[in-house]
Design a protein around this ligand. Structure first.
Ligand SMILES: Nc1ncnc2c1ncn2[C@@H]1O[C@H](COP(=O)(O)OP(=O)(O)O)[C@@H](O)[C@H]1O
Ligand SMILES: [Mg+2]
Length: 334
């Protein structure tokens, strides 16, 4: 079985998506899987979480050229197809496909090639499927068990191509008006992209060109509480939490006759993650996930208990996602 590609997507920024992907990548690695994690957000925050500035400078300004954009370059310049990816080894078995600010220059090309697929143009199919082919190649080079993908917060052409590459989608949400409103656009957009890709697939002129199926199956949402303001009454955010199950069901799953559960028992809710307070900056400073923090990093006293809690939360979340994508965890209790 090929390794599942799981995208983390919400059209609202600053809610903790990248931190979520970063921590899950480490958690799957800790649980004994080989992980490839891809930074497809042109802001490249995930790359900056994994790599220090010196290394990023070498990569972005030097000759190393192992970013996602470098893989696309020959295709974009019209002289060939995608170049082989060279993911960065963070650890043996944890590899990062590095992001690139230049990726934003790919947006227009992806947008125009999307309509060219309807005209049965082979190059259009090569361009639209480029992310998928790069991710699959990277996974095969790394012998990855799972591929996690971080995306920017918008409904643009880069994200459309990235989502077509995804087998599964997890929606990180913050319990507020903006996330709920975002969900109302995101759900129907996923449905439309899936349908439009199916329509295009029938027009692929290149029989030997393997293409993604564009499943992008939504497997649930993660509520990220850190974005909310605690100076406001608790009721304010509880109200949004209460509304998530119905909105998610109506807009993303679109099941008419579903009986919508209470928020805490909603099967679509994969986790509710807390505000990790000072542990998050401490982890960023040490360039490691929170659950790797040690007393030498500043995690002393009650922080150490909190670190263990974070490990428990992320392990449970990783197991839940694994179950939904039929991913076997070596260390999971049988
Ligand atoms: N659970 C959390 N607890 C505390 N701070 C968090 C948490 N998740 C994210 N943050 C902080 O919130 C900010 C935005 O997070 P980020 O993961 O970059 O969001 P996004 O990818 O949605 O833009 C970052 O400064 C990050 O450190
Ligand atoms: Mg981000």
């Amino acid at each position: 079985m090929t390794s599942p590609i799981i995208a983390f997507f919400n059209n609202k920024g600053g809610i903790g998506k990248t931190s979520l992907v970063y921590h899950l990548a480490w958690m799957y690695f800790d649980l004994g899987l080989k992980v490839t994690v891809a930074d497809l957000d042109p802001q490249a925050n995930l790359s900056a979480a994994f790599l220090d500035e010196d290394r990023l400078e070498e990569i972005w300004e030097g000759e190393i050229g192992n970013t996602i954009f470098q893989c696309l370059k020959p295709l974009l310049s019209g002289i060939g197809d995608i170049a082989d990816p060279h993911p960065e080894a963070i650890e043996e078995g944890l590899n990062l496909l590095i992001g690139d600010l230049q990726l934003s220059g790919f947006e227009d090309e992806l947008s125009s090639q999307w309509s060219d697929c309807l005209d049965r143009k082979e190059r259009a199919f090569r361009v639209i499927s480029a992310f998928w082919r790069i991710l699959r190649k990277a996974a095969s080079i790394n012998e990855a068990d799972v591929v996690l993908v971080d995306l920017g917060p918008n409904l643009g052409a880069i994200n459309r191509a990235a989502l077509i590459a995804a087998d599964y989608v997890v929606v990180p949400l913050s319990p507020d008006l903006f996330s709920l409103q975002g969900l109302k656009n995101l759900g129907p957009t996923l449905v439309r992209w899936r349908e439009e890709w199916r329509e295009r697939l029938l027009r692929n002129p290149a029989v030997n060109l393997e293409l993604p199926r564009g499943e992008m199956q939504p497997i649930g949402y993660v509520v990220l509480q850190h974005g909310i303001r605690f100076d406001r009454p608790v009721k304010a955010f509880q109200r949004w939490i209460d509304r998530i199950p119905t909105t998610y069901n109506d807009k993303v799953i679109q099941k008419q006759d579903a009986i919508v559960a209470h928020p805490s028992s909603d099967p679509n809710r994969l986790a509710l993650l807390k505000h990790y307070q000072s542990l998050m900056p401490m982890a960023q400073e040490s360039r490691k996930p929170i659950f790797h923090l040690k007393p030498a990093d500043g995690a002393i006293g009650s922080h150490l208990y909190a670190v263990r809690d974070v490990y428990t939360h992320f392990k449970a979340l990783a197991e839940k996602i694994a179950e939904r994508v039929q991913l076997k965890l070596p260390c999971a209790p049988s």
